[in-house]
Design a protein around this ligand. Structure first.
Ligand code: ZN
Length: 234
């Protein structure tokens, strides 16, 4: 991957590199323990809450172990990261509860110095986790292979476009594995664009006004066709 043009610069007040949070593909998704009760959330007792959190943590760990072992896209990305000189360490992925105060449900996040967080209360099933792991691994790949500056909205936009394009966020990865290469391209592109903008809007320094839309539009011609480490797809 080559660096995107950097015409759009993050607000100068940006401090540390932001985590790259991927919004849930289904922002309305509820934490995954069966149908939601019609009772208000605060009706949950402390004991019920503790039980729910425990189940979410257990499911998260179970899905993670299974995917690390058997997911083709996770294994492919692991091999490509190793080939690029950034083998991923044990413990790269962490299941944890995430900040529920974000505008959209957050499924996961990549923090360059800390690894990849999997938001156990948002992930609804193993497929959802697989898409999220693939998305965050694209960010890890970009971190490994480019001089990316996460505080710049243009750089972030580029990586978010690639992550939405190449993970299962828009079901591209899944369809690719099935051999369905001739998807409705326009629909896919619209999905990638929307997902990338949503992710940028979750990053504090790219959320204002039309910064997210502008950043995505600006780097799109350069970054959408960049499918590394996958082979060319068209
Ligand atoms: Zn992302």
């Amino acid at each position: 991957m080559r660096l995107p043009p950097t015409g759009i610069v993050a607000a100068s007040s940006a401090a540390a590199a932001p985590p790259h949070r991927s919004a849930s593909p289904d922002a309305a998704a509820t934490p995954g323990s069966g149908p939601r009760s019609s009772a208000p959330a605060d009706a949950e007792t402390e004991a019920q809450r503790a039980k729910r959190v425990q189940k979410q943590a257990k499911d998260c760990e179970r899905w993670k172990a299974r995917l690390l072992q058997s997911s083709p896209i996770v294994r492919f990305m692991r091999d490509e990261l190793a080939r690029a000189g950034c083998p991923f360490p044990p413990g790269l992925f962490r299941c944890q509860p995430c900040d529920a105060g974000a505008p959209a449900a957050i499924a996961g996040g990549f923090v360059p110095t800390q690894g990849i967080v999997l938001c156990q209360e948002t992930l609804v099933n193993r497929d959802h986790m697989e898409d999220t792991m693939a998305h965050e691994l694209i960010h890890a790949f970009d971190q490994c292979t480019t001089r990316v500056d996460w505080s710049q909205c243009a750089h972030l936009a580029c990586s978010e476009i690639r992550a939405a394009n190449l993970s299962g966020d828009c079901k591209f990865g899944r369809e690719l594995k099935r051999g369905n290469w001739a998807l409705a391209a326009k629909h896919h592109q619209a999905c990638v664009k929307r997902r990338a903008i949503l992710s940028l809007q979750n990053a504090k320094n790219c959320a204002e006004g039309h910064v997210a839309e502008e950043a995505v539009r600006h780097v799109w011609p350069h970054c959408f066709p960049d499918t590394a480490p996958f082979d060319e797809i068209y």
